[in-house]
Each structure stands twice: as structure tokens, then as C-alpha cells.
Design a protein around this ligand. Structure first.
Ligand code: PBE
Length: 300
């Protein structure tokens, strides 16, 4: 799944050497381009998995900005990253659905398109959500999950290592080792379990691969749980928490991105609050593209 990742390092190394060829001429269009931004990218926006909130927000953006002739292409996080990698190497125009924290901002020179109509909402938080009854069934795992919080920079360490080819469980184990003080506080005075099972559901979004693996390492190494990671789509992830087939997720983007799931299953889960603050979502393009706002997609 992360086969493309090793190539990304090379690209990052070259990015500084790439000269700007897409300079503007008098009528504002790119000299390296043929026609409008829409024509250059065939009116396509490279999306991710259809269950992602980011996809619904992008559909909304297409409506808000009256971009009815544009198409949002479904795929996956990995396919989006591969398409971006290829376009970036060839210095071709591309528009992708993107979010922060994500390693792609460390590897490439990228920018979010401005969103004056606010289709992507305000900055939000990633929450930890557990199934009803989990507190009684696994009190120390519940307490650890309740305490779990970290920063975008801390998450980036794990995420960037995975993007560079380290196995997610190894990158997470290394992070746990290197941040013993922080991890100590998450597990302080909590009792050990011997092999009790916990099921963590997640979607293969790069940010959630990092966070879910870190929580698994802490629950296993520090509290003696046996953790199963269930990789699913966004809809089944929320349904799994609501119906009790999964115990916890650390992947709930709120209040906007997962609002429909949150509302649909209200009362069937417990929200333990933010584990990370300072996220962002939107349309992302390479900095070499002569475009600054979503509005430009209509006029440029
Ligand atoms: N994401 C990453 C997810 C949440 C985490 C922004 C791609 C989504 O859109 O649902």
C-alpha cells in the first residue's frame, strides 16, 4: 500500500532544484499551460475513499462555487498520494483533496486553495470515541484512551517515518520509546491486564494509521492488552462503534468532517474528546500552479 513512499524521498530532494516554468503572462494564464486550469486538469479533482468526510465537503464545495462541470474522482489516500507524486515529478498541474496533518506537506511544496465560502468549515479536532459499555469492560484501556492526546508535530514523526517506508507498528513503537514521559502520563497508576482484547477500528488515512498504531503499542506494551486493528471504511468504522463490534476509534474528525456519522449514531457511543487539535482540510495543489483560490477554478 505504501509502495510509492520510498520514491517520495527522491522527489523531496529534487523539489528545491525545480525552476518555475509556469510563470504568468499578461492575461494571467500559465505560459506552460494550454487553456484554463480546468482544461489543464481535465476538470478533475483527485479524491480519496468515498466514505471520507473530505469527499462530502468537496462535493459541497463544487456546489458552493458552482463548479458543476468539475468531477471529483473517488479513490484512496494511497492512490491520491501516488497521483500527486507523479504529477509533481513531471511538474504537471493537479488538484487533490488534502488534509493536515499529512506527510505530503513535508515532502512537497504545496498550498491549500483559499476557501472564501467556507465549504470546508473551520479548523477542527480529532476525537477519541468508544462504544457504550467499554468503560465497564476495559477500565484501564478506557482511561488511557481518555488521556491520549498529542500534537500535529508529534503525529508527524510517526507519519513521516511510515511515508519513508518504516512499518507502521515499528514507527509507532519507536515513537512510544522516544516519548516515554508523555506515554507514562497516559498510563500512570492504571492496572495491567493480561491479554484482554481491545478492537480499534480505523480507516487507512495516513494520519489515522499513525495514531491507531501508537495507541495499540501503548495498550499492549504498557497495559498488557491484546489489540486488534480493524481496517475499514469510514461508514463501517462508525457503525462498528455504534453496534459494539469495535471498541474504540481515535479517528473522529469533528465537528464538521464526520458530523453526519456523529449525528446518525448519537447516543450509541461515548465521545472522549479531542486527541489532537489543529487540523485542516481542503483542495491542495503544488505551489508551482498559478492559482490561489477555489474561486479561480471557475474563472481562470
Ligand atoms: N480525512 C483524514 C478523513 C478524516 C481523517 C480528512 C481524510 C475524512 O475526510 O473523513
Amino acid at each position: 500500500m505504501f509502495k510509492h513512499a520510498s520514491k517520495l524521498l527522491l522527489v523531496a530532494g529534487l523539489s528545491g532544484a525545480i525552476a518555475l516554468t509556469g510563470c504568468s503572462n499578461s492575461n494571467g494564464s500559465s505560459s506552460a499551460s494550454t487553456g484554463s486550469i480546468g482544461d489543464q486538469v481535465k476538470h478533475k479533482i483527485v479524491g480519496i475513499d468515498p466514505g471520507a468526510g473530505l469527499m462530502k465537503q468537496t462535493e459541497k464545495a463544487l456546489e458552493d462555487y458552482e463548479l458543476s462541470d468539475w468531477n471529483l474522482v473517488e479513490g484512496s489516500s494511497a492512490a491520491m498520494a501516488a497521483a500527486l507524486d507523479k504529477a509533481y515529478k513531471d511538474k504537471e498541474p493537479i488538484i487533490v483533496t488534502g488534509w493536515t496533518p499529512h506527510w505530503m506537506f513535508a515532502k512537497y511544496d504545496l498550498k491549500y486553495l483559499e476557501d472564501p465560502k467556507g465549504s470546508y468549515g473551520q479548523d477542527e479536532e480529532i476525537h477519541t470515541i468508544v462504544r457504550n459499555g467499554f468503560k465497564e469492560d476495559a477500565p484501564s484501556a478506557y482511561a488511557m484512551l481518555d488521556r491520549f492526546e498529542w500534537t500535529p508535530d508529534e503525529m508527524a514523526v510517526v507519519m513521516n517515518a511510515v511515508a519513508d517506508g518504516t512499518k507502521p507498528e515499528e514507527a509507532a513503537a519507536q515513537w512510544v520509546k522516544d516519548h516515554a514521559d508523555k506515554v507514562d502520563a497516559w498510563v500512570k497508576d492504571l492496572p495491567q491486564e493480561s491479554g484482554k482484547k481491545v478492537k480499534l477500528a480505523y480507516v487507512a488515512w495516513d494520519s489515522e494509521i499513525a495514531s491507531t498504531n501508537v495507541v495499540k503499542q501503548v495498550l499492549e506494551q504498557r497495559l498488557g492488552y491484546k489489540v486488534e486493528m480493524l481496517q475499514v471504511e469510514a461508514g463501517p468504522m462508525w457503525a462498528g462503534i455504534a453496534n459494539g463490534s469495535a471498541d474504540a476509534i481515535v479517528a473522529a474528525w469533528l465537528p464538521t468532517t464526520h458530523q453526519d456519522y456523529y449525528d446518525k449514531y448519537q447516543g450509541q457511543f461515548e465521545d472522549l474528546g479531542a486527541n489532537l487539535i489543529g487540523t485542516k482540510l481542503g483542495l491542495v495543489v503544488p505551489s508551482y500552479m498559478d492559482i490561489t483560490s477555489i474561486e479561480d477554478l471557475k474563472t481562470k
